[in-house]
Design a protein around this ligand. Sequence first.
Ligand SMILES: Cc1cc2nc3c(=O)[nH]c(=O)nc-3n(C[C@H](O)[C@H](O)[C@H](O)COP(=O)(O)OP(=O)(O)OC[C@H]3O[C@@H](n4cnc5c(N)ncnc54)[C@H](O)[C@@H]3O)c2cc1C
Length: 335
Amino acid sequence: MEATVVGAETSADVAVVGAGPAGLYAAYCAGFRGLSSAIVDALPEPGGQMAALYPEKKIYDVGGHVAVRGRELVDNLTAQVAPFNPHYLLGRTAASLTPDDGAGWAIGLEDGGRVRAGAVVIAAGLGRSVPRTLPCLRPYEGRGVAHHVPRLDEHRDRDVVIVGGGDSAVDWALALVPIARSVTVVHRRSAFRAHEYSVKQMYAADIRVLTDAQVTACNGVKGLEEVCVRISEEEVMLPAQALVTALGFITNLGPIADWGLQMENRQITVDIGMRTNLPKVYAVGDICTYEGRVPLISVGFGEAAAAANHAAVELRPGSRLAPGHSTDRDATPLS
Ligand SMILES: Cc1cc2nc3c(=O)[nH]c(=O)nc-3n(C[C@H](O)[C@H](O)[C@H](O)COP(=O)(O)OP(=O)(O)OC[C@H]3O[C@@H](n4cnc5c(N)ncnc54)[C@H](O)[C@@H]3O)c2cc1C
């Protein structure tokens, strides 16, 4: 019950497009039904919006968690699905969806790879997210410049510059103060868009805040060593081994819009079994729509469970829709 990989081709019972909470949980529910899965995501790590936009924020409205940080929920979801060995294709964009004679569906990846699967669960959220950046930062991407902070500890004893004025910029600055050697926030306006309370905390903390300021150049031989910031007419050089952009993301549905799916306002319409207009293709989470949908993580979990169990019935005709209670299964990965 594992995906097989031969050269650039991966075969699985279920292909999941999107490794956000809905996609990860769909892979878990598929695994629970004895189905193998391959999970494709354009981002370099699983977690979708939680990992990319708010790993350190606390989420208060996921059932069973009084409060859980984005990062922690992602870690729990990947740990929950791990016993079923999903095959991750991260940093890979799903570009096309075409019928496949043998398997059912073939997903063509932008880099030439292919995923063949009997059923497809599209859990692509808001679509592909491309971080906003500044031209002068591009040469140092991956060499000190990053667009998010997957693990705070990476920045231990570094001089970190954070660029932006929204919640992510301020939250990362506050989270990094106890870890980094120095933290500087550079914002091109005088007022921050972030939550007022967090902004007050930032000004009270050991954080250098440069407003009406813009990063104009980066220097360094192997990696980033210093950042040049223009404040009014003055230029300041800051030592920096890390620069984190928090300028937001440009999201677009990308290639999914051309897959022949019935859509409404750039979301995929589904029925109560999360079925799209294409056979054995399901949509769950923020990418799907139906009357009255509430865009919450917890709702996406329910949709993922529905899609995976309907897929199980369609892939194994005669099997029951209800998966049975996980408490009755020795194989349930709790131990
Ligand atoms: C700041 C912030 C705070 C939030 N707080 C809460 C909260 O407190 N409670 C709550 O319930 N919700 C909250 N949300 C909303 C919640 O994050 C989303 O509802 C949830 O992430 C949707 O999950 P998803 O799995 O549908 O999609 P996403 O998390 O968006 O994941 C979709 C994934 O699909 C990938 N993808 C898209 N297109 C392709 C493609 N063609 N090929 C490969 N990969 C692709 C993307 O890279 C992405 O990783 C918050 C959102 C934000 C931005």
